[in-house]
Design a protein around this ligand. Structure first.
Ligand SMILES: CC(C)(COP(=O)(O)OP(=O)(O)OC[C@H]1O[C@@H](n2cnc3c(N)ncnc32)[C@H](O)[C@@H]1OP(=O)(O)O)[C@@H](O)C(=O)NCCC(=O)NCCS
Length: 156
C-alpha cells in the first residue's frame, strides 16, 4: 500500500500546493481527473480550473488517490444546507480500473465519512446505478442503506 497516497483538499491552495505538489503540473491534473470522470459518465462536462474554484468556494472537499505521482482515484463531498440542518452528498467516486481491488475506494470513502462526522453533518446521501456492482457492494459494506425513493432530474 506504500506506493499509494491518499490526500484530502479543502481549498484550491490545499489542492494545488499541497495535495498535488508532487504531481506533474498544469493541465495534467485535469487530464487525469477527466479520464477518471469518463468511467462515471461519458457526456458530463469536464473539470476545469474554474470548476474547481467554484467547487471549493461552495465548501466542496475532494480526496484523491495517487500512484507514482499520478491521480488514479477520487471522491468528493459537498454539503447541502437545508432548512432543518446540513447534510452531505458524496459524488464522483472512481478508481482507475488498473488500480481497482486494492482497497482504495474504501480509503477514499473512509476519509470523507470521517470529515462528514467532524462537520456534524446529519447524514450522507449518494446514488449509484443498480448495474454498478462494485459501487453497490462498497456503499453497502460501509453501512449505507438503500432507500425506496425515485430519483428525478429536470435538465435545465
Ligand atoms: C466502485 C469503485 C470505486 C470501487 O473501487 P475499488 O478501489 O476497486 O474498491 P475497493 O478495493 O476499495 O473495495 C471496497 C469494497 O467495495 C466492494 N467491491 C469492490 N469491488 C467489488 C466487486 N467487483 N463486486 C462486489 N463488491 C465489490 C467490496 O465491498 C469491497 O470491500 P472488500 O474488498 O473488503 O470486499 C470502482 O470499481 C470504480 O471506480 N468503478 C467505476 C466507477 C463507479 O461505478 N463509481 C461509483 C459511481 S456512484
Amino acid at each position: 500500500m506504500e506506493k499509494y497516497k491518499i490526500v484530502v483538499a479543502h481549498d484550491s491552495d490545499n489542492f494545488f500546493n499541497e495535495a498535488l505538489s508532487e504531481i506533474s503540473s498544469g493541465p495534467e491534473h485535469f487530464k487525469n481527473l477527466n479520464l477518471l470522470l469518463q468511467h462515471l459518465s461519458n457526456g458530463s462536462p469536464k473539470m476545469t480550473l474554474a470548476s474547481f474554484e467554484k467547487f471549493f468556494k461552495a465548501g466542496g472537499i475532494i480526496v484523491i488517490a495517487t500512484h507514482n505521482n499520478e491521480i488514479i482515484g477520487m471522491a468528493t463531498l459537498v454539503t447541502v444546507t437545508k432548512l432543518n440542518g446540513v447534510t452531505g452528498r458524496i459524488e464522483h467516486v472512481v478508481v482507475d480500473p488498473v488500480h481497482q481491488g486494492n482497497g482504495l475506494s474504501r480509503k477514499l470513502m473512509d476519509e470523507l465519512i470521517k470529515i462528514a462526522r467532524s462537520k456534524k453533518l446529519r447524514y450522507l446521501d449518494l446514488t449509484t446505478e443498480p448495474k454498478r456492482i462494485a459501487a453497490n457492494g462498497l456503499y453497502q459494506s460501509l453501512g449505507f442503506i438503500k432507500r425506496e425513493t425515485n430519483p428525478y432530474r429536470l435538465i435545465l
